[in-house]
Design a binder for this molecule. Structure first.
Ligand SMILES: Cc1ncc(COP(=O)(O)O)c(C=O)c1O
Length: 334
């Protein structure tokens, strides 16, 4: 039951996530960085289909797809999209067909990038994978294929990249509510919740789920500039509040993005990402991923080094998953 967002209890939902996921302290990492107290929300442990943040969105997106009578879902992402892997797995579990439009948009990747990791898992589910070159607009290609399938008699539910429609975003509010409840129960008042932000749904969901507690959220971008990301998060927040008829005051949530950790570009390794992935593994046995959480955690490390949090402050990092991608970036850690 959600007291602050009762709409969550009214929407159709398919159970996928093994939740609530744990909130854990990272004391050795806190010591190594000289404070604050760092906690991690283990959304890499959402369970279904190797875990990660998309499971929470997909519970509601798949609920909507089944309600619409869909026999097919289609979505879009990069070749190593985690969202694609979880969508393909959810479709398999529900007996739906799945088409993934995968843009080959990250330059200079290895043979493994095009064969293993998430892409291998996609194919194991039986999803139809259509890899398109970088210059093709993936969203447009997805709409074109969806129309083609409809003309062939299929009932298609289109899931935007990252699952970041209003319904998908709202699904992530559940994680925000869990963080609010878990920190309160542990007597912790976080100065910030920090996470990697891409297609915006995770940030919008966290903002909605944490709004009642007043805990601030910082999204570390993996692709876009601060201004661009903040504008997109605000736009999705407003759409979500309007379309799902939430309290209009929620449109005023403070949106903050930090764009200093993208490195050379989306999906391209950076020294900060490599340091973050190594530190989390060495200090805590915690495995981050190279595309999202590694860069998000690099952002948290830098913000700690800049003295933005006091030693006795608490901060929560949301581990949004992505482990399958680590295995196709082995050369970044050579
Ligand atoms: C592992 C991981 N973390 C974070 C994100 C970012 O979430 P969002 O796209 O909702 O901003 C993604 C998106 O694909 C992801 O796969």
């Amino acid at each position: 039951m959600s007291a602050a967002l009762p709409v969550l209890d009214r929407l159709d939902r398919v159970k996928l996530v093994h939740g609530p996921t744990p909130l854990e302290a990272l004391p050795r990492l806190s010591d190594r960085l000289g404070g604050p107290r760092i906690y991690v929300k283990r959304d890499d442990c959402t369970g279904f289909a190797a875990g990660g943040n998309k499971g929470r969105k997909l519970e509601y997106l798949m609920g909507a797809a089944l309600k619409a009578g869909a026999d097919t879902v289609i979505t879009v992402g990069a070749v190593q999209t985690n969202h694609g892997r979880q969508t393909a797995a959810a479709a398999a579990k529900l007996g739906l067909r799945c088409v993934l439009v995968l843009t080959d948009s990250v330059p200079g990747r290895s043979a493994a990038y095009h064969a293993s990791g998430n892409f291998l898992l996609d194919r194991l589910t039986g999803a139809e994978c259509r890899v398109v070159p970088a210059e093709v607009n993936g969203e447009e290609e997805m709409e074109r294929i969806a129309d083609e399938l409809r003309r062939a008699g299929r009932v298609v539910y289109v899931i935007p990249g990252g699952g970041s429609s209003p319904i998908g975003a709202l699904g992530y509010a559940v994680a925000g509510e869990e963080i609010a409840a878990q920190t309160k129960a542990a007597g912790i008042r976080p100065s910030a919740v920090v996470h990697a932000t891409g297609s915006n749904g995770t940030q919008v969901g966290l903002l909605l789920g944490l709004a009642a507690s007043g805990i601030p959220v910082t999204g570390v971008t993996v692709r876009r500039t601060k201004a661009d990301q903040e504008a997109r998060v605000k736009a999705l927040l407003e759409r979500t509040v309007t379309e799902l008829q939430l309290d209009p005051k929620l449109k005023d949530c403070v949106v903050e993005a930090d764009d200093r950790f993208v490195g050379p570009g989306y999906g391209q390794p950076s020294p900060g990402m490599v340091e973050a992935v190594r530190l989390a593994a060495e200090c805590e046995g915690l495995f981050l991923d190279p595309v999202y959480t590694g860069k998000g955690f690099a952002g948290l490390i830098q913000r700690i080094r800049e003295g933005r949090y006091r030693k006795d402050d608490s901060v929560v990092f949301v581990h949004t998953g992505g482990l399958p991608g680590l295995f196709v970036y082995d050369e970044a850690f050579a």
